[in-house]
Ligand binder design. Sequence first.
Ligand code: TRP
Ligand code: ZN
Length: 868
Amino acid sequence: MAHTPQAKYRKDYTSPSHTITSIDLVFDLYDHNTVVTARSKVKQLKQDNVLYLDGEQLKLVSLDVNNEKWTRFEQLEGGIALSGLPEEFELEIVTEVNPENNLALEGLYKSGGAFCTQCEAEGFRRITYYLDRPDVLATYSTKVIADKATYPFLLSNGNRIAEGELDNGRHWVQWQDPHPKPAYLFALVAGDFDVLRDTFITKSGRKVDLEIFVDKGNLDRAPHAMTSLINSMKWDEERFGLEYDLDIYMIVAVDFFNMGAMENKGLNVFNSKFVLANEQTATDTDYLGIEAVIGHEYFHNWTGNRVTCRDWFQLSLKEGLTVFRDQEFSSDLGSRAVNRINNVRIIRGPQFAEDASPMSHPIRPEKVIEMNNFYTLTVYEKGSEVIRMMHTLLGEKAFQKGMKLYFERHDGTAATCEDFVAAMEDASGVDLGQFRLWYSQSGTPIVSIKSDYDSTEQTYSLTVSQHTSATHDQQNKQPLHIPLDIELYAANGQPIELRSNGKGIDNILNVTKDKETFVFEDVSEKPVPSLLREFSAPVILEYDYSDEELTFLMVHASNDFSRWDAGQMLLAKYIRSNVNAVQTGTEIELPMSLIDAFRGVLLSDTLEPALIAEIMALPSHNEVSGWYSQIDVDAIATVLKATKVRLANTLEDELSAIYHSLKDVDYTISHEAIGKRSLRNIALSYLAHTELGNSLVEKQYFSANNMTDTIASMSAANNAQLDCREKLMTDYSEKWQHDGLVMDKWFALQGSNPAENALEVIKSTMDHTAFSLKNPNRTRSLIGSFLNMNPVKFHSITGDGYQFAGEIIKELNTSNPQVASRLIDPLLKFRKYDDTRQALMKRELERLKSLDNLAKDLFEKVNKALDS
Ligand code: TRP
Ligand code: ZN
């Protein structure tokens, strides 16, 4: 490593020395040497007249100030420093970049045959020297020049204001974006596409052109994205009163992309995974993912673009809030309970694991080396939970009042998390003083509850304690303001009115102390409590429920989420005791009462099919691992498998009846049909472990008329290691080998293959025609699944899984550090495993640490893990 990368601290924020009010860009696009001319109006804001501009991987061609060559500058690591400048001036910088060789997919690069850009967080500095920070907002005008035959579409932010032809077969288009924006929202695309067009009339009657650009031949895979976009625009008007603000909204789908999608003003660039879908190529999960991500990027137009972030430590200001908005969008359009369950699974699984890892950080980080490392589950998903808690404390009406005040105060500016909380507080009158700790404190609080019923006094009390353990980044923790949503039930299943101090109270308890007792009056029988309803705070709940209480809640809880959660808690009790049984060499046991409770769920005529499917889904190996400080990979896998096999064989008749009764559901993508397919396919995943499994699964594969049913059969064959697995995998690969995106599902199954020789197969799968380590989707599907979804093989005691991971990460370190840095996460958690595995995992981290070209991204994580 040339220099030790330097950390930046939130506390060190200073406003910029200069600002740039407008920038005029010209891109002369060529594969290997694109010339970028940037003319900016610069204004000095502070006494200091030295201007430091960020720049990386650039070739500087010329530098002029007020139309004269400027020599008073110095090339530094990561930028240039100009001195002797006037207070206001026009700066012209010409740089040259190499898009074809840009495998990091940051800045200007080529995806397939098209040019595209990715500037968040700090990619614009790979295009030109600039004040690449989100609190510098400029208006952009962009001229794009390229060969007309190869690149008929030339796109950038804002409105198309002029175009023309050049005599050498090249052409140009001039774009103008009237909304001032930070550099991270800049975008450019040039290529040849098929375009799906539509229009949207806003509530004030303006017409907006909608355009979705996809690779030629993919037009029949774009309609769902368009429907989702129109639904997003309508929903944001109805629920948040927010209208779109340009005359055109463009979405481009590209195959090479580091993340899901990017909200560039008026020109979103999307990973094609979150655009392309038809029933033959995409599963129901893909359809729902597209709806969510299209919504997410659209909602950023207000929460992110109109009000942006002052600095990158404030990332959750836009991401937590926008995730909250996309979750609400999906919940309003589909099943609220199913959406909540899936979001809670992410928090309880990977987010809790992140908080327990060396990368633990608050939703507003204090210290960053590489910003790309902080686009995390904590900033996004826990960030959304923090917004959701404010929504719970304020209620919808006051929350919307807060949103309105936030926009009145901050529209067109770069704001902070504190600005958001202050707007919510001022608009509602709710004191959020202690609540603010959620922004600065990392880690997962444990909330332990004890109950007591006093039959003579007819009172019921809940004593609530909270404790947050020290995390890798932070020693001392304080009590948080936790909204605790509860309900009490009488034996007949009816809710008991909550009364305290002689009057009725609502379901949300404000927990604020280390330990406190809430007393409820006029309770005439010992109730069953439903606690942390709707997962009202991102905490671990500890309450000593009996099996009877949990099976009671599975039937009687008044909301679907609580019924699911009771089922999860019941399973958790026996998964824990059975892991212990495996470790001590005793029999695995599942009581008949548990099996009967799940039988009751399968036979229920009040529960929606989608919800039955969720209740039947066992917790993942990753989620179960999170319950332990020392993870016994093999014991957990054994217990999860045994639980599945036992439920399958005892409930075979019920599962089989459900499976066959749902056979002839017509294929539509309505939420009702999706729910039925998910129930039928979870039934199949159980039946795969019974005697008839192999024939049922094979039959479903060859009769499926849609990708959801196809993949469900393949994944059942994979997990249960059925004889037909090979046949189905071969058939699928022959059919789809020319389509990388569709092959990703197949790569993911190879990655998570529990077979003994899985790693060997994975290594040879890397030679598959559809595979390339240069493509992040391919890499995540095959390698990412192996590292994250194949616990037994990845953690093989031979260490060959770790060694394989180390080699891949080493290779990606030089080509695509962002992807390398995401892949490394499971290795960082070495302290959770036994000594042998710890040593093997550490060896890989040490090897990476000693690389002399280690990227900042990996440097930050490897050092944190090894120093902890
Ligand atoms: N802002 C984007 C979103 O959440 C995500 C994003 C951040 C991103 N950095 C990126 C996307 C780098 C692609 C590449 O919607
Ligand atoms: Zn986002």
